[in-house]
Design a protein around this ligand. Structure first.
Ligand code: S3P
Length: 738
């Protein structure tokens, strides 16, 4: 336990100062909490309400002997208070404040003290309410709210640690920021919205004929203008204190407002739809952040764990979400097409959404997704615009590799970035052949992301013999081929998924496929159409294995894409003795689709035929679980590609299976697994969605609980995995935090 501090002095007993004093008084961290306020009534009320032990009228009386002095006065009063504070004997006291603009506080402190005092820790809690005054003081006001500390270069580290500790004791989340960055961020996220709210209400109110409007104003007006009820004096101070940063963001907003005006004036509906759909997507993203859901940020992903209980049996019918590969391509080709493409069954997972957002950022108007429906207003092969910043592609290798080909042929520069896992994945495999076509691409060290792609290059078609079986590399080059002079062709060492070739043809673009070689010529155009995305066989695979290994199961998987370049998982399971029937086969939008009926079966270990590896490349994590439940040994070779997926899937699966008591020996290009009894244990999925789902399936045959760490990325490919898994009979749920 740390020693109790002697005295906290809070100058200014309004909502923020009063709440800080009251909250810390309740923690007992200080022997005494002293309030300083000019207003005698506030001083008396503060003591009555338990906000402070005693109150003083002057700084000199209040600050004597204080360990910490919190300045919670209005921002423009800060100058005067600091000047007076500089004349008071402060001893070792640490000073901090809560001003919502920091540059001016720092300047005022420098002026008052001659140089910035090392004991001063500027801060700003992002909390408040429309209420004000000491009566509104609330000890839990800062709980789960952010507090930004903006230490000056002269700020003493010990003082910084102490102030941080106080905010943490109040339940706040403390972050650090550079002073000017803080002021820019707050100008945009807080000051501008308040300015607009005050301004709009005033504009409408001062025109007498508009007063009528208020009588009919409904939710929209109320929501938008709620903050115009805030304290006018405080806000008038803030705009004067943060003048430069506010003016900068206001000018940007004025220009955008002019564009909106022009779009309305000229009846430009597509531009309006573009602005509104982008804004809606950004707002949804923000709502998720507010709900503290992990999103595109692996920092948080480690927080999500699954708890899978042993045993269970699968039954019923399941329709898993849309195919990831086809969903990516529907946005890409829909954007490059002429006309409007309607997509049904789109996968609303983070990977495909990253592609969707990238095209929105390049000026494509995209409506949705709403229940799997997306409408893409194509801009033609030459209609993309330079995005405002780097394109962040999250966890999605497909987005980055396919986009790199497409972007190499544009007239503008782009930068492609991704999360921690994507940032480790090899991009040399696309950068090298693209450079041979004349593209200018810079990668990070060892050919890893980020990728910087220089626009305005003349690409020339060429033939490329792919050294590895990769649909992403093939697709990347075919997309670059749409922009390269002459013909671009790719041949692959083994068949890989051919969704790009099929969809290009579906959009009326000629692709010449001869054996293992696919070729395109530039100069054509894509014509928009309708796309129906089948359920993803890679997601269905978890249930194919689950129903196979859980005794007494029978499950029907509906509307699954069974493109022959994707069905390796069915072939491998059948070779192991699996009972899978393909029913109701049909062709939907150029892709074969069927319902898959799977029954429990006694599986046996096999040597997996190497030619099936590319046809089941994403399904191996769960196939390894099938191997662990099979009688005998399963041997996989020729699958070194698994080492460079979202994680090193050979190593991570071997480690996890060993935790469960299974003999699993990794080899450079595969694994050897002995079937056996699975125990329980704690598994690290390394943020790999398919590993997390594979071990959820393993629980069906485990003897004890399996806890799976780092599962947030399941949302990249299979949103609502837990709901669907539970509905089918797998006892897996989010682990509740103790
Ligand atoms: C994909 C191709 C495969 C696969 C990935 C999706 C695609 O990657 O693993 O999940 O949509 O083209 P590789 O091309 O690296 O094998």
């Amino acid at each position: 336990m740390s020693v109790q501090l002697k005295r906290l002095t809070v100058v200014g007993l309004g909502l923020i100062g009063g709440s800080f004093a009251k909250g810390l008084r309740e923690t007992g961290l200080f022997a005494e909490v002293v309030g300083v306020d000019k207003d005698p009534r506030s001083r008396a009320r503060a003591v009555e309400l338990g906000v402070a032990d005693r109150c003083e009228a002057t700084l000199a009386a209040g600050c004597a002997g204080a360990d910490v002095i919190m300045l919670a006065v209005p921002i423009l009063a800060m100058e005067k208070v600091l000047a007076e504070l500089a004349t008071v004997e402060l001893g070792q006291a640490v000073i901090t404040d809560v001003g919502s603009a920091k540059g001016n506080v720092v300047r005022a402190a420098e002026q008052a003290f001659g140089a910035f005092p090392a004991a001063f820790v500027p801060g700003h809690p992002i909390a408040g309410s429309e209420q004000s005054g000491v009566e509104a003081a609330n000890a839990s006001l800062f709980q789960r709210h952010k507090v930004i500390l903006t230490p000056h270069e002269r700020t003493d580290q010990q003082a910084l640690r102490l102030v941080r500790k106080l905010w943490v004791a109040l339940g706040a989340q403390v972050e650090f920021m550079d002073i000017s960055h803080h002021d820019e961020v707050l100008a945009a996220t807080s000051h501008l919205p308040h300015l607009l709210a005050f301004g709009l209400v005033d504009s409408l109110a001062k025109q007498s004929e508009n007063l009528e409007i208020f009588r009919y104003a409904a939710g929209g007006f109320r929501d938008f203008t709620r903050i115009a009820g805030s304290d006018p004096v405080m806000w008038h101070d803030i705009f004067r204190a943060n003048r430069e940063a506010v003016l900068r963001i206001l000018d940007i907003y004025r220009a955008d407002l002019d564009s909106l005006r022009a779009a309305i004036d000229t009846g430009d509906g597509v531009s309006l739809l573009g602005i509104f759909t982008r804004a809606q997507a950004a707002r949804e993203h923000f709502t998720k952040m507010l709900a503290r859901r992990a999103y595109m940020d692996t920092m948080h992903s480690q927080d999500v764990s699954y708890l899978a209980k042993p045993g269970g049996r699968l039954s019923g019918r399941v329709r898993v979400p849309g195919d990831k590969s086809i969903s990516h391509r529907s946005i890409m080709l829909g954007s490059l097409a002429e006309g409007t493409t309607e997509v049904e069954g789109f996968l609303e997972g983070e990977d495909a959404l990253a592609t969707l957002q990238a095209f929105r950022d390049m000026g494509v108007v995209i409506e949705g997704p709403h229940n799997g429906r997306v409408v893409v207003h194509g801009v033609g092969l030459h209609g993309l615009k330079q995005p405002p910043g780097p394109l962040y592609l999250g966890n999605s290798g497909t987005s980055m590799r396919l986009l790199s080909g497409l972007l190499a042929g544009q007239s503008f520069d782009t930068v492609l970035t991704g999360d921690e896992s994507l940032s480790k994945r090899p991009m040399g495999r696309v950068a090298k052949p693209l450079r041979e076509m004349g593209a200018l691409i810079e990668t990070g060290p060892e050919g890893r992301p980020p990728l910087t792609i220089r626009g305005g290059q003349r690409l020339s078609g060429m033939h490329y013999d792919m050294p590895m079986a990769s649909a992403q590399v093939k697709s990347c080059l075919l997309l670059a081929g749409l922009y390269a002079a002459g013909e671009t062709s790719v041949s692959e060492p083994a068949p890989t998924r051919d969704h790009t070739e099929r969809m290009l043809q579906g959009f009326g673009y000629a692709v010449d496929v001869q054996g293992n070689k696919a070729a395109v010529k530039s100069g054509g155009k894509l014509s928009a159409g309708k796309i129906e995305v089948p359920a993803d066989i890679s997601s269905a695979a978890f249930f194919l294995v689950a129903a196979s290994i859980a005794e007494g199961s029978e499950l029907l998987l509906e509307h699954v894409g069974i493109n022959p370049t994707r069905t390796g998982v069915i072939d491998i399971l059948r070779l192991m003795g699996g009972d899978i029937q393909v029913e109701n086969q049909r062709v939907v939008g150029g892709e074969p689709v069927a319902d898959l009926r799977v029954r429990a079966a006694k599986l046996k270990g096999i040597e997996i035929p190497e030619e099936l590896v590319p046809l089941a490349i994403d399904e191996f994590p769960v196939l390894f679980v099938a191997a662990a439940c099979a009688e005998g040994t399963t041997i996989l070779r020729g699958a070194e590609e698994l080492r460079v997926k979202e994680s090193d899937r050979i190593q991570v699966m071997a480690d996890g299976l060993k935790v469960l008591g299974i003999k699993a020996e990794p080899t450079p290009d595969g694994i050897v697994i002995e079937g056996g009894q699975m125990l329980g244990g704690e598994i690290d999925s390394h943020g790999d969605h398919r590993i997390a789902m594979a071990f959820s399936v393993a629980s069906l045959r485990a003897h004890d609980d399996i806890v799976i760490r780092d599962c947030a990325n399941v949302a990249t490919s299979f949103p609502n995995f837990l709901g669907i898994a539970q509905g089918a009979g797998i006892q897996v749920a989010m682990e509740s935090k103790a």
